[in-house]
Design a protein around this ligand. Structure first.
Ligand code: AKG
Ligand code: FE2
Length: 308
């Protein structure tokens, strides 16, 4: 049996030519894992995937992580995290963007990045999807690094960047705030969402991927705050701010992106040590359900600034 690999728009690949319900050989598992590292994102379509199957399949790629908030996990399947729009919790995730109410829009981010120990990856499987909105975007920061000029690549090797966790988009320095207004129930402080107060985390501006050893641009717009000691790299504060804006604009280039328009049953796996992702959100009342499994991050990629 040989797998078919069909590249998606710009980044990632659709994988077909196997049946997820047939017994899988070690060779097939190894091939799937290698394809994950090669493409950063794999899409599986038209497979018959139950929650049990999703959990079993996810284990090919590493140890699974349980969501830290018990209330969020399914009682039957603790490895499964159900992302749901169109229910009671919508009001907390509703905000206004250029006059339009949107539920669950998320800026470009990496999961658990703010802890210094991001998840290794995740699998999302669409259970209920709206026909037009509710897309998930993915951005390849290894390709983004490769596309930088040599001079910028060299400069970045000398720099570390700090991320400041916060609940209010208005206080994030590099997200696009044009036309944004929080909703009346938008969380204002971490405890509103039962989160602890995470201290700042710090990453090299170029992160070496722990498995592939590829350089990955360490710039993600959500929570991005500042360059640490810019003068050590010969930069003034103004230059450091301009550099971060230049790099964020670079990561926003469509040639590094793939936006997935979900069909029911689709499953997407991504490498969270390499790709950032975002969600376009849905209009209020629109039902969307995604089952998520998470591959644990077993490597510390950043450091935590507490006590410094
Ligand atoms: O809802 C989505 O499309 C993506 C949500 C997300 O950011 C995640 O599952 O990590
Ligand atoms: Fe996420």
């Amino acid at each position: 049996m040989s797998l078919q690999v069909t590249p998606l728009n710009n980044i990632g690949a659709e994988i077909s030519g196997f049946n997820i319900n047939d017994p899988m050989t070690d060779a097939l598992k190894a091939e799937l894992k290698a394809l994950w590292y090669e493409h950063g994102l794999l899409l599986f379509r038209g497979q018959d995937i139950t929650p049990e199957k999703q959990i079993e399949f996810s284990r090919i790629f590493g140890t699974l992580e349980l969501h830290p908030l018990k209330a969020e996990t399914s009682e039957e399947y603790p490895e499964l995290f159900v992302l749901e729009n169109g229910g009671d919790k919508d009001k907390f995730f509703t905000a206004s963007y250029k006059g339009e109410e949107i539920v669950g829009r998320l800026d470009w981010h990496m999961d658990l990045h703010y802890t210094g120990r991001p998840n290794h990856g995740a699998l999302l499987r669409a259970v209920v999807v709206p026909s037009d909105d509710g897309l998930t975007g993915f951005g390849d920061l290894a390709k983004a690094y490769d596309a930088l000029d040599k001079e910028t690549q060299e400069l970045l090797k000398k720099i570390e960047v700090a991320y400041a966790f916060c609940m209010q988009r208005k206080h994030m320095r590099y997200v696009d705030l044009e036309g944004y207004e929080p909703g009346p129930h938008s969380p204002r402080k971490p405890s509103d969402m039962k989160y602890p107060d995470f201290p700042d985390s710090v990453y090299p501006a170029v992160v070496t991927h722990p498995v592939t050893k590829r350089p990955v641009l360490g710039i993600v717009e959500q929570f991005l705050d500042r360059v640490i000691t810019p003068q050590q790299a010969g930069l003034s504060n103004d230059e450091a701010i301009e550099l971060l804006q230049y790099l964020v604009d670079h990561t926003r280039k469509p040639e590094f992106h793939y936006f997935h328009q979900w069909r029911e049953g689709d499953m997407v796996l991504w490498d969270n040590w390499r790709l950032m992702h975002c969600a376009t959100g849905t209009r209020p009342g629109v039902k969307r359900v995604i089952n998520r499994t998470t591959i644990e991050g077993d490597v510390q990629l950043g450091r935590v600034l507490s006590g410094e």
